[in-house]
Design a protein around this ligand. Sequence first.
Ligand code: INS
Length: 325
Amino acid sequence: MSVAVGVIGTGVMGSEHVRILREETVGAHLAAVCDASEDRARAAAGENRVFTDALALINSDQVEAVVIAAPDAVHGSLVLACIETGKPVLCEKPLAVTTAEAFEVVEAEVAKGQRLVQVGYMRRFDPPYIEMKRVREVGGVGRPVILHNVHRNPVAPEWFSGHMSVTNAFVHEIDVSRWLLGSEMVSARVHAAPGADPLMITMETDQGEIVSTEVFMNCGYGYHVHAQLVGINGTIETASPGITLRNVSGQHNSSYPDNWVPRFREAYVRQMNAWVKAVKTGVPTDGASAWDGYLTTAIAEQIVATMAFDAKTHFSVGSRPAIYD
Ligand code: INS
């Protein structure tokens, strides 16, 4: 049986999720679309049902599972509504914008006794990252000591404000570094003035690894995400940006996409298909759980709180409830 999915939000990511559900998802179909703008919702929905009220979509009996791609500020409350109705939800990152709200989501899931939430940290489904994790797990580069991350956007999205380079962009590195290394982040230091671009953030893990990340939201030249894992016996790194190399006019080159969608297209497709499979089987995927989403938001919030001081932040995050083991 095909799962009827409702998508909330029709911005860059909502539109891509709609496309993936229409063209590249096995076992599910698009059933409804919601956007505050009825015209945008209608344009994305095609023949499907249109909503301008997200709660109405979540409560609709024509929707069995929900994808949230609305602005960050409403993620937490919409996920809570999905848990209340008992509907599985794939929520774009971040899970919530405050630690308190993200923890409410965890508590709601624990109270329900059922894992209904997956957070859209899609790098966990990106083939280069998957290969790096596999190599790390089989000891292919020896014990990991450093993970270097580069996270550059050509220009910050127009909806960027405040500390979003941490709460909306760097959250990817918090999540993917935990997942890739199988370690927990224990502290961080930010090497830049508050609000500066780029930021350089170094974290230490509970296994003694160092994770360095440059977050550059206005690098100008293209969308560029790169990671290199340094082990005591060698290194492994992502080989993107491009999927092809060109020889022309005396040059040998590759090109960068404008934003994250082309770079992570395959990851988004794999993420959606894995989520649908989890919805059907009840077995959670390797995607980020509500606990992972909570941890990431908590760490980001603690980094932001100490950015004004040139000091190391030691994270305090509490302990993981058993349903996330
Ligand atoms: C986007 C998206 C991208 C990331 C951007 C962020 O919301 O999550 O993957 O590279 O920095 O603003």
